[in-house]
Design a protein around this ligand. Sequence first.
Ligand code: FES
Length: 389
Amino acid sequence: MARYTLKVRRYKPEQGEGPYWDEFKVDLEGSLSVLDGLLQARDREDGSLAVRCSCRAAICGSCGVKINGESTLACKTQLGDAHEAANRRPANGGRSGSAPIVVEPMGNMPVLKDLVTDMESTHWEKFRRVTPWLIPEGPPPEREYIVPPESMIDVTQSMACIQCGACVSSCLSLEVDPEFVGPAALAKAYRFVGDPRDSQAHERLHDLAEDPHGIYDCTHCFSCIDACPKGVAPMDQIMRLRRLATQEQEIEDRNNGSRHEEAFVDIIRKKGTLDESLLLQESYAAGVKGKLMPKPSAIKGLLESIPTALRGIRAGKMRSLPKLIPGVHHKLPGDAQKHVRRIYEHAEEHRTELNLYIQGEGGEEEGVPGAQGVPAGEVGPAPDEEGDR
Ligand code: FES
């Protein structure tokens, strides 16, 4: 048994006061969870402490909070680990060894009380936005839709989502654009786009590509991947949606998202690092032809992007004069550029989907379930076990 201090962010709207911090001492084994600590604090010290939980086994997704600044499940985080992490935090400097475990409500969501957030407006509303149900074609079969198990493997990762909201809480794009559809809803969108029984893949992709707050609003920050307690990797699902939208369905979105992505990849292929001065022009008016005969939409897009470009310059993204001159971009030293090209070639040759439920942590090629001769049923948790919602 050890003694831990939980520093909890409190908020009691009924008292008409702003948020404040409260500390609780709990006596528990380090192998027990932060949720166990919170429940002990509520039982022994303050019955008004609001915490949401149900299964206490990382299944129902209701106990999402921030622990030491990281969005996660309180029932899946051990007190001992949280204590160690708290003492590693630079924010706790000077309290080494005795730093409290800091528990806060999830981010990007309004707080209702203490650790309980309103997920309706920030999570469930967006979730419904992606039409999270199957839309099959034709009359329903007499008994059930039957699909080969291997055709479902690709969506198993997104099916593992338990809707805890940890990815939504940690999403940096949502902080900037609260209208962003968000990682959880987009991961769910992939679950249906990738389902062979669904007949609306093109419509779904078109809708999410055309939405200015859709798939191209993700900035690749990886926060949702770090936060997800179930390995769903929402950002990977968003990238899959993009790939399907551009490469399979050839959707050229009005937000210029697909061309922007293409320009980004091409510039780095050619130069090794990102020449920011070329990015906008290549996104809207690619190549010599694009610049000599720009389409009216390209001119409009470039003009509309001037405020963004100015903000980038002001924020120090292009610090030196050469960085502002198109094409005058520093070269990589030595053979570095060749290495970059080799990375591209390797990626093209070994293009594999990064689905942990298919490849496993080590990414072993052999024995990949779903590959020839390997039964799909031998991989990962069955969708039902992980709560497909
Ligand atoms: Fe159900 Fe934590 S209580 S996931």
